[in-house]
Design a protein around this ligand. Structure first.
Ligand code: KG4
Ligand code: ZN
Length: 344
């Protein structure tokens, strides 16, 4: 990238958010996100509907981002778009739009790994972690514990062996009949529940390795609900307050305890004082609370993105793309969508 070329337009369409952002020198000038509501009645993301909604929204969202930033396309120096991981049809919309835009305007183009975007979401904030830091990436599809040695250099310490943390939230919410996506709903209901009411399992919390497992916890909740006739009926909750709130709080606490304990141990073992928690689940209020108190007990600096940057957004993709461009990288026009792209 030529010196002075610093205005990046980022595009994110990997799942059910259509988002376009504009960054200037790494600072957010616009970050427009629309969440597709079309999936709510199905209790999960329907891939074909997601792709269609992206096709419909990509141009208006880009125009809204340009308007918010007060720029026109002529001001943009480079384009970044997420090319994986995600739903292939959804990824293709943003990726192809980004590549075509770059080609038509003769601008550099960079494909971005969505998970690298999540890692760098924390760098959209003024207070940034120092290298090396540990990054816990907790989203709907991933639960990765990453040692970030230096910019754009990662060592994977552990990841989930089955369900991602966000997926566990969404599946438990479905069993309870409290809507999709389940994370924010459980978070809300748990606020008035007792986290010690039910002792759900904390899989691998004490194990030597840094991997996670949430399917045992999910099954424990299923059996708990089935044995008490509390499974959702016709998508509506059977369990009522205060029992419903206690189940949410106890399940949430089991997830939080595992995430915090594993991350604390990784930070201790690697002698790292800076820890970032990113991805959709990092919006969880209990997770933020417990991490913050663990960090102050252990003399660790903990970083959470603001809520807008926790869940999927194009600003994080634009930032990661900007770093890659500064590193002298660009992607070819032949770059394909990679649904199961890994960060390491
Ligand atoms: O990062 P993200 O927006 O998309 C993926 O890359 O997957 O994460 C979405 C996930 C969903 O599973 C959603 O339920 C979860 O993040 N989530 C939460 C909260 N807000 C979103 N989980 C727990 N508590 C929340 N407040
Ligand atoms: Zn994500």
């Amino acid at each position: 990238m030529k010196p002075g070329m610093n205005k990046i337009l980022g595009i994110e369409t990997s799942c059910d958010e259509t988002s376009v952002a504009i960054l200037s020198e790494g600072r957010v000038c616009a970050n427009i996100i629309t969440s597709q509501i079309v999936h709510k009645e199905y209790g999960g993301v329907v891939p074909e509907l997601a792709s269609r909604a992206h096709v419909k929204m990509i141009v208006p969202i880009m125009n809204a981002a340009l308007a918010q930033a007060g720029f026109s396309l002529k001001d943009i120096d480079a384009i970044a778009a997420v090319y994986g991981p995600g739903l292939v049809g959804a990824l293709l919309v943003g990726l192809n739009y980004g590549k075509a835009l770059a080609w038509s305007r003769q601008l550099p183009f960079i494909g971005v790994n969505h998970m690298e975007g999540h890692v760098y979401s924390i760098f959209l904030e003024d207070e940034k972690p120092e290298y090396p830091f540990i990054c816990l990436t907790v989203s709907g599809g991933h639960t990765d514990l990453i040692y970030v040695k230096e910019p754009l250099t990662y060592e994977l310490l552990g990841r989930t062996r089955d369900d991602a943390a966000g997926e566990a939230f969404d599946k438990v919410a479905k069993m309870l009949g409290i809507g999709y996506p389940g994370g924010p709903e459980i978070d809300k209901l748990a606020r008035t529940g007792n986290p010690d009411a039910i002792n759900f399992p904390r899989s691998y919390a004490q194990a030597e390795h840094y991997d996670f497992s949430f399917s045992g916890l999910k099954t424990a909740v299923l059996y708990y609900l089935r044995d008490r006739n509390l499974l959702a009926r016709d998508g509506a909750p059977v369990a009522q307050s205060p029992e419903l709130n206690d189940i949410c709080a106890s399940f949430q606490q089991a997830v939080v305890d595992t995430l915090v304990e594993k991350t604390r141990r990784a930070a201790t073992d690697y002698d790292v004082k800076h820890v970032a928690i990113v991805g959709g689940v990092s919006a969880n209020s209990r997770l933020r609370e417990v991490f913050t108190s663990m960090a102050s007990r252990n003399n660790i600096h903990v970083y959470f993105p603001r809520l807008e940057y926790c869940t999927d957004n194009a600003a994080m993709a634009a930032y990661a793309g900007w770093l890659r461009l500064l590193n002298g990288e660009t992607s070819p026009a032949s770059l394909a969508a990679v649904p199961n792209l890994n960060i390491v």
